[in-house]
Design a protein around this ligand. Structure first.
Ligand SMILES: Cc1cc2nc3c(=O)[nH]c(=O)nc-3n(C[C@H](O)[C@H](O)[C@H](O)COP(=O)(O)OP(=O)(O)OC[C@H]3O[C@@H](n4cnc5c(N)ncnc54)[C@H](O)[C@@H]3O)c2cc1C
Length: 407
């Protein structure tokens, strides 16, 4: 495996190689660009995130030809979503189509690796265990490249026409470029999760009672991810002792069955990898681009995980950003930010109405319907990308790659 970049200059350098970074690398490389992506973490490593994919994310993976790989790797197909509002259960079957046979919740160890593999197959260089420590700017303040520390301890500077920050919530690229925060969310929730063995199951289950919520997410290797969520203030006040005891108490209060399932695995010692804890961060929307740089994924837009939408946002915006970079015009960058903000603001607002926990069992369903209608519009926007592609004989990245080759 390569540990150093093969060239000193690239069309695009991407900091962060998970859902946002690896997707953007794949799409730019498919279009014929010379792309270098880095991640400080190892290839195929896990990260602090559950991974219930919503329809927009699954549609993107399907359009990019990656859904089959994830299903072939044993990821269970989710064909229904059950909402438990107190003791009431509402099950909604998913409308299946050949392109979208159902939903999936692949472990990040699988999803991120699959995206990295696809980026490499398209010709991108992706280096893991490699840290970007700083950016390099020209006299005109335009970002020109990065300073990096490779896995074998070598300091290198590599330049590019554009540096993309796909480096998550604490984005170094956003900080160094002074990306402005355009919006801040008002609320945050803590999420505590663990993996337990389950019988095969094809439904996502979301549980709600006043002040608490939970989820049951079937994933790879015969496991489900079981999550307890509470407002961050509640977490700070009442989760000081054992995180696991407090998590189990929340799950039991949501549903005796859910609590028993989580507890049985706990007693049997069958929990895979222990409890993961995310205390919560209020959502934000950052300036999406500037001279020589752009942000994608959580680096530019974060919303509370309670609506399981971050990966959908990352995959949607990575394609918008790839198209923008291929176009290269000032108008294209302005419209990247405009389109992202149009959908992101609605997602942030609709997510915050759920993550606020100021709902009752009488109105939480309405808030879910509002979120669902935002997602429906988003989904239709992605379908429209397909219709545009159908108006031409080949996908846009192939047309672009052919145009570049013949230029
Ligand atoms: C608790 C929790 C639960 C979640 N559950 C869901 C869910 O169920 N469904 C869903 O769709 N979304 C969920 N999300 C959101 C989802 O995890 C994110 O939206 C998604 O990971 C964003 O992808 P990304 O590629 O932008 O950033 P990240 O996944 O954060 O990846 C950024 C990468 O950049 C690398 N990096 C950072 N700085 C540097 C540097 N200087 N040099 C080199 N590499 C660097 C990091 O190592 C990291 O690997 C959840 C999030 C959390 C916190």
């Amino acid at each position: 495996m390569r540990t150093k970049p093969g060239c000193s200059h690239y069309d695009a350098i991407i900091v962060g190689a998970r859902c946002a970074g690896a997707s953007t690398a794949m799409l730019l490389a498919r279009a014929g660009m010379r792309v270098l992506a880095f991640d400080r973490r190892a290839y195929g490593s896990d990260t602090l995130s559950t991974h219930a994919l919503m329809r927009p994310a699954v549609l993107q993976l399907s359009r990019w030809g990656l859904l089959k790989r994830l299903l072939d790797a044993g990821t269970p197909l989710i064909t229904a979503t059950a909402f438990h509002y107190g003791d009431q259960e509402i099950t909604i079957p998913l409308r299946a189509s050949p392109q979208l046979p159902g939903l999936i919740a692949p472990r990040r160890t699988l999803l991120d690796r699959t995206l990295v593999d696809a980026a490499r197959e398209a010709g991108a260089e992706v280096l893991h265990d490699t840290v970007v420590g700083d950016l390099v700017s020209g006299a005109d303040a335009r970002v020109r490249g990065v300073k990096m520390l490779t896995s074998d301890g070598t300091h290198l500077t590599v330049t590019a026409d554009i540096v993309i920050g796909a480096d998550g919530i604490g984005s170094l690229v956003a900080k160094r470029c002074g990306a402005q925060t355009l919006r801040r969310g008002q609320v945050s929730a803590a999420h505590l999760y663990a993996y337990v063995p389950i019988e095969p199951e094809s439904s996502y289950r979301w549980y709600f009672r006043e002040g608490v919520s939970g989820s049951f997410i079937p994933t790879n290797d015969g496991l489900a991810c079981i999550v307890a969520s509470v407002p961050t203030e509640h977490f700070d006040e009442r989760f000081r002792g054992s995180h696991e005891d407090a998590r189990l108490a929340v799950l039991r209060s949501l549903s005796p069955d859910l609590g028993a399932q989580a507890e049985r695995a706990h007693v049997d010692g069958a929990i895979d990898g222990g409890i993961r804890v995310f205390r919560g961060v209020p959502g934000f929307l950052r300036q999406a681009y500037g001279p020589g740089w752009a942000l994608v994924g959580d680096a530019g837009f974060f919303r509370d995980p309670i609506t399981s939408h971050g990966i959908s946002d990352a995959l949607r915006d990575s394609e918008s950003l790839a198209r923008t970079i291929l176009d290269g015009s000032a108008q294209a960058f302005a419209s990247y930010q405009r389109e992202r903000d149009f959908i992101a603001e609605q997602i942030l607002d609709a997510t915050d109405t759920i993550a606020s926990f100021d709902w009752t069992l009488g109105d939480i369903e309405t808030r879910h319907r509002q979120f669902s209608s935002v997602m429906k519009a988003e989904f239709e926007g992605i379908v429209e990308r397909d219709m545009q592609a159908r108006r031409f004989p080949r996908p846009w990245w192939q047309q672009r790659a052919e145009a570049l080759r013949s230029a």
